[in-house]
Design a protein. Structure first.
Length: 217
């Protein structure tokens, strides 16, 4: 089976805050028995992933898996335009660092900027369906927030519920609910997957694959 993955950093190996080697990731596990192509972008929004379908749709996959949403919905102190501005030079980078140091989480909790609005998130989900109209698209739900995450980013719990509801609305039976992931499956940064978390997602995907094909190992 040919599987195409579009994801933010959650499907990638990483070194911090905990180590996850490539072989421990769910894409690596899937590649053991399937032909797999992966496009993953750190801090990628759903729109970033959608842009890449222009190229990757020529892979002609049997199944598409998308994992995104936390980058889109998380409350932030600055818009994407402002973030690009801050990267222009040393002076603008220093301005951002000063603002973050002086305001800490206050600016984020007051502005509550979302890089992708709910309406735009829904539109992008529908465009994924339009791009791959005749094949299953498995949408992995945003990981459930811990209380510590809510303390750092006020409103993140409601945002995650809302954006997950959009994923479930658009992808229906192909929505992969992650609400029962074990605590040890989520890293101490509150949103990346540990090796245990990757195994959890892999098992969920295999269950979905077995639903659409009796020949999946």
């Amino acid at each position: 089976m040919k599987i195409q993955i579009f994801s933010d950093s959650l499907a990638l190996p990483r070194e911090i805050p905990q180590k996850v080697f490539y072989e421990e990731t769910y894409p690596a596990k899937l590649s053991e028995n399937h032909i797999l192509v992966q496009y993953s972008k750190g801090a990628g929004t759903i729109n970033d992933l959608l842009d890449q379908t222009f190229y990757y749709k020529m892979f002609c996959p049997d199944v598409v898996i998308i994992q995104c949403g936390i980058v889109d919905c998380a409350p932030r102190p600055f818009t994407q335009f402002e973030e690009h501005f801050f990267k222009l030079n040393f002076f603008t980078k220093a301005c951002k660092a000063t603002l973050k140091r002086l305001t800490k989480n206050w600016l984020r909790n007051v502005r509550k900027v979302a890089w992708t609005s709910p309406d735009n998130f829904r539109l992008c989900c529908k465009q994924f369906v339009e791009t791959y109209p005749d094949i299953p698209i498995f949408a992995i739900g945003i990981l459930p927030p811990r209380p510590e995450y809510e303390n750092l980013a006020k409103g993140i719990s409601k945002r995650i519920l809302l954006y997950n509801s959009i994923l479930e609305e658009i992808f229906g039976d192909c929505f992969i609910n992650t609400s029962n992931i074990p605590d040890e499956g989520i890293m101490s940064d509150h949103h990346h997957l540990t090796a245990i978390g990757h195994q959890f997602i892999y098992d969920k995907i295999i269950m979905q694959l077995s639903r659409i094909s009796t020949n999946i190992k």
